[in-house]
Design a protein around this ligand. Structure first.
Ligand code: HSE
Length: 445
């Protein structure tokens, strides 16, 4: 290790807070191998000290004293996960005034009071990090701030609210009314008991406010953004959209316009939108999020992933913690991002999995003579090598061709067995050409 542990204090042990505590514990070794020093959860504050969240807080001080946590010298970074406006604002400002860095997932707070908070952070020389506030686990803010920083952002279209995307997907699928689907979404835990922020587009407007600031340097609050939610949509709208070749998504949209004299105008709005059915955004279903960003140099990009949930959101919070902790170590050897993500002393040769052990369903094409028994020979060689056939197509003979293609789809099979079978089959005198193999990858993550 090249540095001392950085002390973390967590305010709010709800869903995301619990996820953060779990990720810090479960992934402690990979985190410290990447940073060059550990992150240590030293304190947690929550009003509810009784509920069992299924997380081990051994060695962590856990009480309801958020004030004490903010003032605790052992806490260098405060993670604010209580949500809402005023209490969160006060705690965040107090933490900053106490010289603590802050990590938050609170888009409502930053969309409304961002200017005050960021100015206070600059004044006190601390960081405020908020990756988890937009797109949950999708690293969209880091990508906007770093990966796309050479671009003028021409447009941004985001499905940034999982609850509404779930409701819209279900309304389209079932033809049911908004209220019926919302009730089911609430029963299944996809929608809050009070769904206002989500279904009225307010949550999406909070997130768009932050993206617009990052994309254009525009100082807005969510109240500046024209916002319309999804309550007014009816089954007819989905039916008609389908017939016209569209799907309906709640989008946050931002665009940059340049006037004749070069003056810049920013368009920002949130509303249900019909998008072409063949577009990538149209294919984002259920509670997933996706943000399409078009930069003048890079062209179109798309960021997709889980926009909410315990571990996806915790993934973004802990990534922020790592970035802030690295800043704390800035003057030491651990103050820089490791070029290959792991600190050099944690890079080591690791054994690669044996290529022959890989498993995949296979598409095989045999150019075989159309004679009795040939297909049987091929099938028995596959069988002897432990390869099970899922289906076979043999095409008719074309003109005077001697050979016909026999197409076989296998069940998942070991690479080494497939290669052995192909070698045997290709040695048959009835084979007119080497067998072609295309491996099928079905579980794409
Ligand atoms: N309520 C949000 C959503 C998740 O449904 O996407 C938190 O931002």
């Amino acid at each position: 290790m090249s540095g001392d542990a950085v002390g973390v204090g967590l305010i709010g042990l709800g869903t995301i807070g619990t996820g953060v505590a779990k990720v810090l514990k479960t992934n402690a070794s990979v985190i410290s191998q990447r940073l060059g020093f550990p992150l240590r959860l030293v304190r947690v504050a929550d009003l509810d000290l009784d509920t069992d969240r299924g997380v081990d807080l051994e060695g962590v001080r856990f009480d309801s004293d958020s004030q004490g946590l903010i003032e605790d010298p052992a806490v260098q970074v405060v993670v604010e996960l209580i949500g809402g406006y005023e209490a969160a604002r006060q705690m965040t400002l107090q933490a900053i005034e106490n010289g603590k860095h802050v990590v938050t997932a609170n888009k409502a707070l930053l969309a409304r009071h961002g200017k005050e908070i960021f100015e206070a952070a600059v004044k006190h020389g601390v960081d405020v990090a908020f990756e988890a506030s937009v797109g949950g686990g999708i690293p969209i803010l880091r990508s906007m701030r770093e990966g796309l920083s050479a671009n003028r952002i021409q447009s941004l279209h985001g499905i940034m609210n999982g609850t509404t995307n779930y409701v819209l997907t279900e309304m389209e699928k079932t033809g049911e009314d908004f209220e019926v689907v919302l009730k089911r979404a609430q029963d299944l835990g996809y929608a809050e008991a009070d769904p206002t922020f989500d279904v009225d587009g307010i949550d999406a407007a909070h997130k768009l406010t932050l993206l617009v600031a990052m994309a254009y340097g525009a100082e807005l609050t969510d109240e500046d953004i024209p916002t319309e939610g999804i309550r007014g949509l009816t089954p007819l709208d989905f039916e008609a959209a389908k017939q016209f070749g569209y799907r309906i998504k709640l989008l946050g949209i931002a665009k940059r316009h340049e006037g004749r004299n070069g003056e810049e105008r920013i368009e920002a709005r949130v509303h249900p939108t019909m998008v072409p059915s063949e577009s990538l955004l149209a294919k984002v279903d259920g509670a997933m999020n996706a943000i399409a960003v078009h930069g003048d140099a890079v062209g179109p990009t798309l960021f997709y992933g889980a926009g909410a949930g315990e571990l996806p959101t915790a993934s973004a919070v802990v990534a922020d913690l790592m970035e802030v902790a690295r800043e704390i170590h800035r003057s030491g050897p651990a103050g820089r991002v490791a070029p290959l993500s792991y600190m050099p002393d944690h890079l080591e040769r690791k054994p690669l999995a044996e290529a022959g052990q890989a498993q995949a369903r296979c598409y095989l094409v045999f150019e075989a003579e159309d004679r009795p028994g040939v297909l049987g020979q091929i099938a028995s060689i596959l069988g002897e090598n432990g390869i099970s056939i899922q289906s076979v197509i043999q095409q008719g003979r074309a003109g005077t061709a001697r050979a016909v293609p026999v197409v076989v789809l296998t069940h998942p099979a070991r690479e080494a067995s497939v290669q052995a079978a192909i070698a045997e089959i290709d040695a048959l005198s009835e084979l007119a050409a080497p067998t072609r193999l295309v491996r099928i990858e079905e579980d794409l993550g």
